[in-house]
Design a protein around this ligand. Structure first.
Ligand code: NDP
Length: 419
């Protein structure tokens, strides 16, 4: 079928690359390009001989537009899969536009430097206008809508699990299960245990920024913001059992509020153990989550980046993590004039993922949808010039692909609701 340029070679990209190599009919050729080329070479060496997909590697600093453009011109891909960090989203989108190639990523843009005055001014304006204060939002990437339309190119934003699959679940519920969706609760449960007192399951900097921020939810046409971790519920998850979960702000709420007509409330909950929360609070209190550089012995260091260097590499958690994840959406609404509730979710086992691709389930549940998103664009199944999130496309092929490529889903009617 074609060639993908995959930028990034961390925990999530590694799974996506394994899955592309299982799907050689679509991904005949991939180029893995990242900041540290040795990681790309090591993965190529591991996979070559096990796959028909032809693999090449390149070094790139994806913060540099000229470098990404030169790379795209050299590789000539059909799609660029950005599985680096959200910091690189805009540079890579600019390069895709300049070179005429479709784009996808797994997380929406946020700046690396939160002290940048131009970004800060736009951020403060958005906080006032919209009413939520997360550092990430879709506005930066939605601003590319007309440029992608004019170029006849598709940008698919956020094709991981959440965002990504959760929005495909919403599109599926809208198409097949409900005439009107009234409420959506997205529940992200990680019942895995890696045995460390504290570690993050994906990039620590991105993860800790997300969970230490104020929570927020969408209700009756506007955002309601709450102090971090101040709304707590308990839920009995299929395959996992009882877990404490906390309301967080999450990026897909922003797009779902626009794209699910008539929705009255959207919330996102994630499970956390007490040890994780205590460590995080302590690190926050002593300033270790700060992104503002400090002088230390004549050198400038960014506290959260120093912390990242101390914490276990998320990619190393695979062999030690046992247990399951359960991620999905609970819907309430109306079908054929009657009130209805439904729950769509996937259960994923950490050890099974490790056996298959050498990674734990958090990377797996993100990397598989990243491959599927790339496949949707490569095959033209999802082709619509402009910049879109996953719920804006027909969900059926994506839902089939989830079953086929390792993330089977269940639909349950009349689930226990979250109060
Ligand atoms: P990692 O930190 O493990 O990997 C990031 C990769 O990007 C590394 O290979 C890194 O290179 C590379 N990279 C970073 N900066 C640059 C740059 N300037 N130029 C080129 N390459 C660069 O992160 P994860 O794999 O955990 O996460 C990847 C993405 O997935 C993130 O955007 C994250 O937010 C998103 N995500 C989405 C989820 C979802 O469900 N939608 C869930 C989890 C994560 P190096 O090796 O040199 O550091």
């Amino acid at each position: 079928m074609g060639k993908a340029l995959i930028i990034g070679c961390g925990g999530v990209a590694s799974v996506a690359i394994h899955k592309c190599c299982q799907n050689s009919e679509v991904f005949e050729e991939i180029c893995i390009a990242s900041r540290t080329k040795s990681k790309c070479d090591a993965l190529k060496e591991k996979l070559e001989g096990t796959t028909k997909t032809k693999i090449t590697t390149e070094q790139v600093d994806a913060d540099k537009f000229d470098e990404v453009c030169a790379l795209i011109k050299k590789v000539q891909p059909d799609v660029v899969m950005n599985i680096a960090l959200p910091y690189q989203d805009l540079t890579i989108m600019d390069a895709c536009l300049a070179c005429g190639v479709n784009y996808m990523d797994t997380a929406n843009y946020e700046p690396e430097n939160l002290d940048d005055p131009a970004w800060k001014a736009a951020y403060e304006k958005r906080c006032k206008e919209e009413g939520f204060s997360a550092y990430f939002d879709y506005s930066w990437q939605w601003a590319y809508m007309d440029k992608f339309k004019e170029a006849g190119l598709t940008a698919l934003l956020g094709s991981g699990f959440d965002p990504g699959v959760t929005q495909v679940f919403c599109a599926y519920a809208q198409k097949h299960l409900f005439d009107e969706i009234h409420t959506i609760d997205i529940l992200d449960c990680n019942g895995g245990d890696h045995g460390y007192p504290f570690a993050t399951n994906f990039n620590p900097e991105i993860n800790l920024r997300e969970v230490s921020a104020p929570g927020s939810y969408w209700e009756n046409g506007h955002w309601v913001e709450i102090p971090a971790m101040s709304i707590h519920r308990e839920y009995d998850f299929d395959g996992v059992g009882h877990k404490d979960m906390y309301l967080l702000h999450h990026e897909e709420i922003e797009s779902l509020a626009k794209n699910i007509p008539g929705v009255k409330r959207i919330r996102f909950f994630m499970t956390f153990g007490q040890s994780y929360l205590t460590h995080m609070k302590c690190l926050e209190n002593v300033g270790m989550l700060s992104t503002t550089p400090i002088e230390y012995e004549g050198r400038e260091i960014v506290p959260i980046q120093f912390l990242k260097a101390l914490l276990p590499d998320p990619a190393s958690l695979g062999p030690r993590t046992v247990g399951k994840t359960n991620i999905g959406c609970i819907f309430t609404g109306v079908k054929d004039g009657k009130e209805k509730t439904a729950y769509i979710y996937n259960i994923c086992d950490h050890q099974e993922c490790y056996r298959e691709v050498g990674s734990q389930a958090i990377s797996y549940t993100t990397g598989v949808p990243a491959m599927i998103g790339g496949m949707m664009l490569m095959t033209g199944t999802w082709a619509k010039p402009g910049v879109y999130t996953a719920e804006e496309f027909d969900p059926d092929s994506y839902m089939d692909a989830l079953n086929k490529w390792g993330l089977p889903w269940n639909v349950v009617e009349n689930p226990v609701l979250v109060d």
